[in-house]
Design a protein around this ligand. Structure first.
Ligand code: GRF
Length: 203
């Protein structure tokens, strides 16, 4: 499956896709990694693996619409069947999201619908929840509100800090994100008007 991965930073989730592809365990072909930040370490991960790494800086763009139009064109040059957001820290316009509807996925570090938006680990601790986790979901125009493909739960421990909790969640991200991508690559998961279907069953 031809894919493009969008990042803004470290790219540890990207690394799981690179490793899965290289090991022949994930039936994907990463055509390009695109970042909005030139200093994203994930670009180095891509280049080291021989994958095309591109930066489209958002500075200088007068509007989100114009940035997203250029981003769409850049991505479409690679003709991906799946666009993977992996720590891409920008809100996307409805035009961008509709253009890639059904082939655009994200990972969010919470058990959606809980804690949409930023600083999820801090907010989970402040709320005193006993369980936290991460969700892979299809992207729809409303932020972090698209239908969920798969989630993983972790316990919140009494001595957790945002950092220790984030690490526990990331370990699960690195497990469920490649899993969801595999399901998509194998044609086992799709977004329909009324939600996500896996193996023909509504989730
Ligand atoms: C992850 O925690 C992801 O859930 C969030 O951004 C972080 C990206 O981490 N959306 P990395 O760049 O993949 O290491």
């Amino acid at each position: 499956l031809p894919v493009v991965v969008l990042i803004s930073g470290n790219g540890s989730n990207l690394q799981t896709f690179i490793d899965g592809q290289m090991a022949g365990e994930l039936p994907i072909d990463i055509k390009a990694v695109v970042s909005n930040r030139a200093d994203a370490y994930g670009l180095t991960r891509a280049t080291s693996a021989g994958i095309t790494a591109q930066t489209l800086p958002h500075g200088g763009y007068p509007s989100r619409d114009e940035y997203d139009r250029d981003l769409t064109a850049l991505i479409e040059q690679h003709q991906p069947e799946l666009v993977i957001l992996a720590g891409f820290m920008r809100i996307l316009t409805p035009a961008f999201v509709s253009h890639f509807a059904g082939r655009l996925i994200n990972i969010h570090p919470s058990l959606l619908p809980a804690f949409r938006g930023l600083d999820t680990h801090e907010r989970a601790l402040a709320a005193g929840v006993k369980e936290h986790g991460c969700s892979v979901h299809f992207v729809t125009p409303e932020l972090d509100a698209g239908p969920v493909i798969v989630q993983a739960k972790v316990p919140v421990l009494s001595d957790d800090t945002a950092d220790t909790l984030a690490k526990r969640v990331q370990t699960q991200e690195h497990r469920i994100y490649p899993l969801a991508v595999r399901w998509l690559a194998e044609g086992r998961v799709e977004m329909r008007a009324d939600g996500v279907y896996r193996d023909g069953k509504r989730q």
